[in-house]
Design a binder for this molecule. Structure first.
Ligand SMILES: [Zn+2]
Length: 252
């Protein structure tokens, strides 16, 4: 009810909408599954929306490229269904390699992030998170971009094994390291299932990243509907919640 009230206020422009409502970690008993998808795979993401809804699950989608009216509408549709939508830079340029192209992080921000933010603002898409392209980042980029973003998604360098993360560590975590899902990352569904079950049993958070969601055989860096449903089903069986980045509490 309270959520509806604020949503109505936001609709008439009385208050801006700042991110999603945070979950109460003290009430989580069987862990958290975090599923993230990068780049620009709007068709596959939209196709999977009913599947996420079936399992009462929210994912996070990080968008690269030009954010025009059409892509903004797709981002809003995902947000309105409770998913997190974040940025993935204008030309898929990470802030480490980016410093070969741009003189400093300020210029990197101006060229790669500010144009996306400006378009999101124009079309009313609220943004709090960023997935680093190639999962590449530095302490400097985390600090500099931390003024704009609440949290970042990175990869296996930040989480080198399949083990989950203690929930008590989550609010302080600026960068969430995910495991890649897809044949390129040598994903073994049995290992994924076991990792989810282990994280649930230990009441931990476990995060993954992929790109598109496809029917049948997925491309090397994407997952198919079957794998996604197996993960969602496993989480449900374990009593694990599946939430978007913006729903995770953040303290600094
Ligand atoms: Zn990417």
């Amino acid at each position: 009810m309270k959520k509806l009230f604020f949503a109505m206020l936001a609709m008439i422009g009385a208050i801006p909408l700042f991110g999603a409502e945070k979950i109460d970690l003290s009430k989580v008993e069987h862990g958290i599954l975090v599923l993230t998808f990068d780049d620009r795979n709007f068709a596959g993401w939209e196709m999977a929306m009913p599947l996420f809804a079936k399992y009462n699950a929210h994912a996070s989608f990080f968008v690269t490229g030009e954010i025009d009216k059409e892509s903004a509408a797709k981002m809003k549709k995902l947000q309105e269904a409770g998913h997190t939508v974040g940025l993935h830079t204008k030309s898929h340029c990470d802030p480490v390699t980016g410093l070969k192209k741009y003189p400093d992080l300020e210029t990197y921000f101006k060229k790669e992030i500010a144009p996306q933010l400006k378009q999101c603002k124009k079309y009313g898409v609220n943004i709090c998170t960023l997935a680093y392209p190639e999962n590449r980042h530095s302490p400097e980029s985390d600090a500099f971009l931390g003024a704009t973003f609440e949290r970042f998604r990175a990869g296996t360098k930040d989480k080198p094994n399949d083990a989950g993360i203690a929930l008590s560590e989550v609010p302080q975590l600026a960068v969430i390291g995910g495991r890649g899902l897809g044949s390129y990352y040598k994903t073994d569904p049995a290992v994924v299932e076991k990792s989810i079950r282990d994280a649930a049993a230990k009441n931990q958070m476990i995060a993954y990243y992929s790109h598109d969601i496809q029917k049948g055989q997925a491309n090397a860096i994407s997952i198919n509907v079957e794998l996604l449903e197996m993960m969602l089903k496993t989480a449900r069986e374990c009593g694990m919640i599946v939430v978007g980045f913006e729903e995770l509490p953040r303290t600094r």
